[in-house]
Design a protein around this ligand. Structure first.
Ligand code: ZN
Length: 96
């Protein structure tokens, strides 16, 4: 939990600095609102992707199928960060 909280703090910090950069950029280039809005959104998406693709996603990975489970509902998680479905499948396979 602490790790996730500190990552969220990091993301917030980065977003803040991006916003500042962006304000400067908009002032210098006099972008239209629509353009700047899209630009902000793209930057925010980039930060999210970047952050999620590192330790966070590595942690939230199913050992069995290798897919990320950070968005999987707790009801569908088995042991730790594994899919419940993958574990059940594995368990059934071992019994056969
Ligand atoms: Zn899985």
């Amino acid at each position: 939990m602490n790790k996730i909280e500190s990552e969220i703090k990091e993301i917030r910090k980065e977003l803040k600095s991006i916003k500042n950069d962006l304000k400067t950029y908009i002032n210098q280039n006099k972008l239209t609102d629509e353009t700047s809005r899209e630009y902000v959104q793209a930057l925010i998406d980039n930060v999210k992707e970047e952050k999620l693709s590192k330790e966070y996603l590595e942690h939230w990975t199913c050992d069995h199928c290798g897919e990320h489970t950070h968005e999987v509902d707790y009801d569908y998680l088995g042991n730790g960060t594994n899919h419940l479905g993958c574990e059940l499948k594995l368990e059934m396979g071992e019994k056969n």
